[in-house]
Design a protein around this ligand. Structure first.
Ligand SMILES: Nc1nc2c(ncn2[C@@H]2O[C@H](COP(=O)(O)OP(=O)(O)OP(=O)(O)O)[C@@H](O)[C@H]2O)c(=O)[nH]1
Length: 248
């Protein structure tokens, strides 16, 4: 599969002076609290698994990857966890903004958390509403497949729900299997790369490259694969281990 640039836009400019910018693919990851959104994003982008838990307020990660031989910039928006309350969903504003911003949405539930599964239909509706006539593609991830003894969502329920919602389904374990996680995100990237890049009205100035969907100011600038945060969390995990060892 080849990445298709919008050639009609590019050829409006002197070809020898104009270099097409990398295609940017924007993915929002949404789901309940503690289902492993951060773990999945970090696993996909860095191959590493983060074992400790820290509630996140929503980080934007950015990385250059190859999609079928073409260089593509992937931006992945991790979002705060959504809760299901007696009055419906408690939905952080950040989540709605991320859905509007994204080219595609990854819905995540944990097989160990029934509430996170029940949330998916609500979140899917939100995505459909936000996308209007042209909703973004969605994939459904069931995470924590390694925790067999804690399973609260039966294996067939995920695929059934995905069929109902009309999206692809993957059961994965961020902790145990990098290939599963990478495969799910990568297939989504391939699907997006096949689509023509979103292009605004061409301008006479080649320096103003084909513009992207305007991102909400609520969404922070990308952090390059958030190494500082990773290091800090690794250090915390390490010092906890050292404490455990010395106290034995
Ligand atoms: N066993 C197991 N644990 C996982 C897996 N994925 C994530 N976890 C753990 O689940 C906990 C929550 O993971 P996070 O990635 O922080 O979850 P989150 O969805 O970003 O959580 P919020 O920030 O509250 O929305 C952490 O302790 C992770 O290490 C998995 O596949 N298997």
């Amino acid at each position: 599969m080849r990445l298709i640039h919008n050639m009609s836009t590019i050829t409006e400019y002197p070809t020898q002076e104009y270099t097409a910018p990398n295609r940017t693919i924007k993915i929002a990851v949404i789901g309940g609290s503690g289902v492993g959104k951060t773990a999945l994003v970090v696993r996909f982008l860095t191959k590493r698994f983060i074992g400790d838990y820290e509630r996140n307020a929503g980080n934007l990660y950015s990385r250059e990857v190859q999609v079928d031989g073409d260089q593509v910039t992937i931006q992945v928006q991790d979002t705060p966890g959504v809760e299901l309350t007696d009055n419906g969903m408690s939905l952080p504003e950040h989540v709605s903004c991320s859905v509007q911003w994204a080219d595609a949405v990854v819905l995540v539930f944990s097989v160990t958390d029934r509430h996170s599964f029940d949330l998916i239909c609500h979140l899917h509706q939100l995505v459909q509403r936000a996308g209007g006539a042209n909703p973004p593609p969605v994939i459904l991830l069931a995470n924590k497949a390694d925790l067999l003894h804690l399973r609260r969502v039966e294996a067939q329920q995920g695929p059934l729900l995905a069929t109902t919602l009309g999206c692809s389904f993957y059961e994965v374990s961020a902790s145990e299997d990098y290939n599963q996680v990478h495969g799910a995100f990568h297939r989504l990237c391939c699907q997006l790369a096949k689509q023509p890049a979103p292009v605004s009205t061409p301008t006479s100035n080649p320096a103003s490259a084909p513009s992207e969907k305007k991102r909400s100011p609520l969404i922070p600038r990308p952090k390059s694969p958030n190494m500082q945060d990773l290091k800090r969390r690794f250090k915390q995990a390490l010092s906890a281990k050292v404490r455990t060892v010395t106290s034995v």
